[in-house]
Design a protein around this ligand. Structure first.
Ligand code: APR
Length: 201
């Protein structure tokens, strides 16, 4: 089946996305996959791949804190942490996004220690928390696949399944954007997104 290209303004070049890929016909058109810097996306809420202490770190967390300014770390410090699999909401401070959802994915421990459920849980909670706050567009990085070591293919299947489930749970959500940083990750997302939702995803 052919792909159908869509280039909504939020994912355009000026918003920091370097490339937009299409979501296959038959998939929910509200699910989008882009490659770029999540801190530049003009969505209502961006998701941070956070740690349980909600402290500024490296990776996407460092990029989000750098772009948001020191007010974000101050707000995070007042939250008292977040368990793995959970999510917490803050303002976006100097980011284009109004909110940041700090989602704590699992550290990869071999794959038989509940990591899949923990990763699914933080996607689910992030979507529900952002939606309840009023967000109608939410962008995710590839949570846990960097410093936390979760294998990209396995994580991508979970990200796709939870994004699709979130769109079903919340019919008034306008879009969920899965934002890949590297071309390699984009290729994985692109390939797995072509598998129909009833398939292995
Ligand atoms: N925009 C989008 N994605 C990004 C960006 C960015 N600006 N910077 C990095 N990434 C991607 C990485 O390439 C990776 O695919 O985010 C994904 C998640 O990687 P990490 O940021 O390392 O997150 P994670 O594996 O969940 O580890 C979380 O790292 O920074 C610390 O505080 C954080 O302790 C926590 C841990």
């Amino acid at each position: 089946m052919p792909n159908r290209a869509r280039f909504p303004p939020l994912a355009g070049r000026r918003a920091g996305a370097r490339r937009m890929i299409c979501v296959m016909s038959g998939h929910d058109e509200r699910l989008e996959i882009v490659q770029g810097d999540i801190t530049r996306l003009a969505v209502d809420a961006i998701v941070n791949a956070a740690n349980t202490a909600l402290l500024p770190g490296g990776g996407v967390c460092g990029a989000i804190h750098a772009a948001a300014g020191p007010g974000l770390a101050e707000e995070c410090a007042a939250l008292g942490g977040c368990p793995t699999g959970g999510a917490r909401l803050t303002g976006g401070h100097r980011l284009p996004a109004r909110w940041v959802v700090h989602a704590v994915g699992p550290v990869w421990r071999g794959g038989d220690q509940g990591e899949d459920d923990e990763l699914a849980s933080c996607y689910r909670r992030a979507i529900d928390l952002a939606f309840e706050a009023g967000a109608r567009s939410i962008a995710f990085p590839a949570i846990s696949t960097g410093i936390f070591g979760f294998p990209i293919e396995r994580a991508t299947r979970i990200a796709l399944a939870e994004a699709r489930a979130g769109l079903v749970r919340h019919p008034s959500l306008a879009r969920i954007v899965l934002c890949c940083f590297s071309a390699g990750d984009l290729a994985v997302y692109e390939r797995l997104a072509r598998i129909p939702p009833t398939g292995a995803a």
